[in-house]
Design a protein around this ligand. Structure first.
Ligand code: IDP
Length: 134
């Protein structure tokens, strides 16, 4: 059974010219890129997307970061797309992400961790609606 995941290259990844390299990793893994779009996200969308973190002390900084420039939003599809995308992406903190993962290879710190990937199929559906169907 095929599944869809929402993946987003964050503004630091776009600014640093990593879109092509990162997209190619998803393709080499065997995931299909159904949509891929450069977009600016509003503070309102950022607040909804990261709503589960609104009580964290870094929430405003997170909204600043994710709206600091264009992102590259994607829908990838394939078998267990959510789990497979998360394994390509690696743990939240790049300092703890192993080499070979996207965060491990391209990031230094949790405040700029290059990429987002949905953490469940249900959240993937919600994020695809939020970013692509508004
Ligand atoms: P995830 O992105 O790996 O699913 P979450 O815990 O959902 O991790 O956090 C969402 C995003 O919030 C992270 O990707 C990162 O950009 C940011 N973040 C998480 N923890 C911190 C922190 O301690 N300081 C600053 N930003 C953080």
């Amino acid at each position: 059974m095929s599944e869809k995941a929402f993946v987003m290259i964050k503004p630091d990844g776009v600014r640093r010219g990593l879109v092509g390299e990162i997209v190619s990793r998803f393709k080499k893994k065997g995931l299909r890129l159904l949509r891929g779009e450069i977009m600016e996200i509003s503070r309102e969308t950022a607040r909804v997307h990261y709503g589960h973190l609104q009580d964290k002390p870094f929430f405003e900084e997170l909204v600043d970061y994710i709206t600091s420039g264009p992102v590259f939003a994607m829908i990838v599809e394939g078998k267990e797309a959510v789990a497979n995308a998360r394994s390509l992406i690696g743990p939240t903190n790049p300092a703890e992400a192993p080499p070979g993962t996207i965060r491990g290879d391209f990031g230094l710190a949790v405040e700029e961790n290059v990429i987002h990937g949905s953490d469940s199929p249900e959240h993937a559906r919600r994020e695809i609606r939020l970013f692509f169907e508004k």
